[in-house]
Ligand binder design. Structure first.
Ligand code: FAD
Length: 569
C-alpha cells in the first residue's frame, strides 16, 4: 500500500469534479495541493456525453427572469425541490456561463454573435445554452484546458476508489486501486469532494455509460453519509431503440414531434399546451400509456417503440443543430433522421437523489462535500428539468471547491486509522482469491433486468416488494463471487465485482424508498397510489445504513415562495 498526502482530494473528474478543482485552485491561489481521482481517463467521464445544453437566464430584456427559471424548476420538481437551493442555483448560473465563455467555450451563437439559447422541456423560456448537440463535451474540454494552468492539481487517472474512510463522523481518507499497476493507494487529505456521478447503470436500458455505477453513493453511504430521495429515477422520453443511447431533448426543443403507430401526435391527449416540451416525467408516462394501449410498434424483445419525427425540420437545420443526433441514429439505429423517424421509448436517465448536502454542498460528515449528480442538495426534487444538471455540476462544483479549499487551508490532516487500510487490503485480497461460483456479470444482468421490469416509469407495491426480495437474493449470491482473472494489472473482473457490490447497495435504497413512498410525485408514479399526497409526503426521503438494510427517515422541504399547486402543462 502506497500512501500519498494532499490538501484536498476530489473523487470524480466529470463536470462537477473539474469545476470544483478549478474553484479550489483559484480560491487558494495555487497554495493548495489538489488531487483529482478518476476511474477512467479524464475525458471519459459521462459528462462528455451531455448533449442538449445548460440552463441559465441570459435575456431578462427579452422576457426571461430568475424568478421564472426558479418557478419552472420548482414546478418541474413536483414541489419537492428545496426552494432556497433553487434560488441560489438560478442566481449563480448566468455568471457560470460567462466564466466558461471567458475560458473559451465555443457556444453556439445567434447571427448577431450573442450566445444562442434553445427551448427545453418544462422551461417556459428558451434558456438552454448549448454548443450544437455536444454541450457536455465542449464544457469538459474547456474546463480541462483551463485546468492545465494549475500545476498544483495532480491527476490520478484509472484509479478506482474502493473505500472512503470516516471515523467519529469525520473524514479520514480514501483507498483506491491503481488499475494500471494493481497497487493499492491510501489518499490522505484534510478535505474531500465527492463528484462521482449518478447510478444510471442500475438499469440495462439506460442512456448512461458502463462506468456510471453509483460507486461514490455506496461508499459515502457505508461511511455514514445519508442518501436522500433515491427513489426518484428520471426516465428520459427518447432512448434510441434498442441500445438506449440518448436522443437529446434538443431534438424536441428544436421542433421534433413524437408520434404513435397511428401517426398521431399523441401528446395532445396528455399535455395539450406544452406538447413535446412538457417535463420528462409527464412525457415518459404518456409514452408508456400509448405503448401499453397497443399504439406503438411492437418488437419481439419487448422494447415496443414510438417515433420521434424530425423530417419536417429539414436537412440544413438537422445538420447544423443536431449533427450528433443524426450520427447516432445512423450508426446505432441504421436510420437517417432526415429521411425517416427515429424509434424511441422511455429510458432510465438520471438520479435525482444522492448524497444529502446542505445549501453549499457540505455533507453531514465533517470534511466531506458532494457535488454534481452524486449529490442531492436538492434542486431537482422529484423530477429534474433538462439542462439543469450540467448547470448544477457547475454551480455546486464551484461552491464545494471554494468551501472545501478554505476548510483544507484551515484544518490539520486527520489521522487515517491504521486498521482501515489493512481491512480494505484484506477485503480486496480475499475477493481476488475467493473460490465462489457466482459470475458477477450474471448477477449484474439479473439486477438490471429486475430494475427495468419493476422499478420503471410506473411502479406498484407488489412489483417493488418482489424487486426488493430479488435484490436481497442477488446480494446474497454476490457473497459467493468467482473472478476469472486473479491478476492485479487492469483487472476488470475485480472492478466489475466492486461496482456490482456498490450497485446492489444502492438498488436496495432506491427500491426501499419507492416502496415506502405511497404516493405519485414527479418520476415516482405508483399505480396503487396515483395521486400526490402533500399531507404525508411533501418530505424528502432520507436513508441511513443499517446492517440489515437502509433505515428510512425524512426531512422537510424548504418552501420559500411557492406553495404546491396542481401541476398541469
Ligand atoms: C447521454 C447523456 C446526455 C445528457 N445530456 C445532458 C444535457 O444536455 N444537459 C444537462 O444538464 N444534463 C445532461 N445529462 C446529465 C448530465 O450530463 C450529468 O448529470 C452530469 O454530467 C454528471 O456529471 P458529474 O460530474 O456529476 O459526474 P460524471 O460526469 O458522471 O463523472 C463522474 C466521475 O467520477 C469518477 N468515478 C466514479 N466512480 C469512481 C470510482 N469508484 N473511483 C474513481 N473514480 C470514480 C468517474 O471516473 C468520473 O470521472 C446527460 C446525461 C447523459 C447520460
Amino acid at each position: 500500500m502506497d500512501t500519498v498526502t494532499h490538501d484536498l482530494v476530489i473523487f470524480g473528474a466529470g463536470l462537477a469534479g473539474l469545476r470544483a478543482a478549478l474553484a479550489a485552485a483559484s480560491a487558494s491561489r495555487g497554495k493548495l495541493d489538489i488531487a483529482l481521482v478518476s476511474k477512467v481517463q479524464l475525458m471519459r467521464a459521462h459528462s462528455v456525453a451531455a448533449e442538449g445544453g445548460t440552463a441559465a437566464v441570459l435575456r431578462p430584456e427579452e422576457g426571461d427572469s430568475l424568478e421564472l427559471h426558479a418557478w419552472d424548476t420548482v414546478k418541474g420538481s413536483d414541489f419537492l425541490a428545496d426552494q432556497d437551493a433553487v434560488e441560489l442555483f438560478v442566481r449563480t448560473m448566468p455568471e457560470e456561463i460567462l466564466h466558461l465563455e471567458h475560458w473559451g467555450l465555443p457556444w453556439s451563437r445567434r447571427p448577431d454573435g450573442r450566445i444562442a439559447q434553445r427551448p427545453f422541456g418544462g422551461h417556459s423560456f428558451p434558456r438552454a445554452v448549448y454548443a450544437a448537440d455536444k454541450t457536455g463535451f465542449f464544457e469538459m474540454q474547456t474546463l480541462y484546458d483551463t485546468l492545465q494552468r494549475h500545476a498544483e492539481v495532480t491527476r490520478y487517472d484509472e484509479c478506482f476508489v474502493t473505500a472512503l474512510v470516516a471515523a467519529d463522523n469525520v473524514y479520514r481518507g480514501l483507498i483506491a486501486i491503481d488499475m494500471k499497476s494493481g497497487r493499492m493507494l491510501a489518499l490522505r487529505s484534510q478535505a474531500l469532494i465527492i463528484a462521482s456521478g449518478g447510478a444510471g447503470r442500475l438499469y440495462n436500458f439506460t442512456t448512461y455509460s458502463q462506468t456510471v455505477t453509483g460507486d461514490g453513493l455506496a461508499l459515502a453511504f457505508r461511511a455514514g453519509a445519508p442518501l436522500k430521495d433515491m427513489e426518484f429515477v428520471q426516465f428520459h422520453p427518447t432512448g434510441l431503440v434498442p441500445s438506449g443511447i440518448l436522443i437529446s431533448e434538443a431534438a424536441r426543443g428544436d421542433g421534433g414531434y413524437l408520434i404513435n403507430k397511428d401517426g398521431e401526435r399523441f401528446l395532445e391527449r396528455y399535455a395539450p399546451q406544452r406538447m413535446e416540451l412538457a417535463p420528462r416525467d409527464i412525457i415518459s408516462r404518456s409514452m408508456m400509456t400509448e405503448i401499453e394501449a397497443g399504439r406503438a410498434y411492437p418488437r419481439p424483445d419487448g422494447l415496443d417503440h414510438l417515433l420521434l419525427d424530425l423530417r419536417h425540420l429539414g436537412a440544413a437545420k438537422i445538420n447544423e443543430r443536431l449533427p450528433f443526433i443524426r450520427e447516432l441514429a445512423i450508426k446505432f439505429g441504421g436510420i437517417d433522421p432526415i429521411e425517416q423517424p427515429i424509434p424511441v421509448r422511455p429510458v432510465a436517465h438520471y438520479s435525482m437523489g444522492g448524497i444529502h448536502t446542505d445549501l453549499r454542498g457540505a455533507t453531514p460528515v465533517r470534511g466531506i462535500w458532494a457535488a454534481g449528480e452524486a449529490a442531492c442538495v436538492s434542486i431537482h426534487g422529484a423530477n429534474r428539468l433538462g439542462t439543469n444538471s450540467t448547470a448544477e455540476c457547475l454551480a455546486w462544483g464551484r461552491f464545494a471547491g471554494e468551501d472545501a479549499a478554505r476548510f483544507a487551508a484551515e484544518n490539520a490532516l486527520p489521522p487515517l486509522p491504521e486498521g482501515a487500510v489493512a481491512d480494505e487490503e484484506r477485503r480486496l485480497h480475499d475477493l481476488l482469491r475467493t473460490e465462489g461460483t457466482e459470475s458477477p456479470y450474471e448477477i449484474r444482468a439479473a439486477l438490471q433486468e429486475t430494475m427495468d421490469r419493476s422499478v420503471g416509469v410506473f411502479r406498484t407495491g407488489e412489483g417493488l416488494t418482489g424487486a426488493l426480495a430479488g435484490i436481497k437474493e442477488l446480494a446474497d449470491r454476490a457473497r459467493r463471487l468467482r473472478l476469472a482473472d486473479r491478476g492485479r494489472v487492469y483487472n476488470t473482473d475485480l472492478i466489475t465485482c466492486l461496482e456490482l457490490q456498490n450497485m446492489l447497495e444502492i438498488a436496495e435504497v432506491v427500491v426501499a424508498g419507492a416502496l415506502a413512498r405511497t404516493e405519485s410525485r414527479g418520476a415516482q408514479a405508483r399505480r396503487d397510489f396515483p395521486n400526490r399526497d402533500d399531507q404525508r409526503w411533501l418530505i424528502h426521503t432520507m436513508a441511513a445504513r443499517n446492517l440489515d438494510g437502509p433505515r428510512l427517515g425524512s426531512l422537510p422541504v424548504a418552501i420559500t415562495r411557492w406553495e404546491p399547486v396542481e401541476r398541469t402543462y
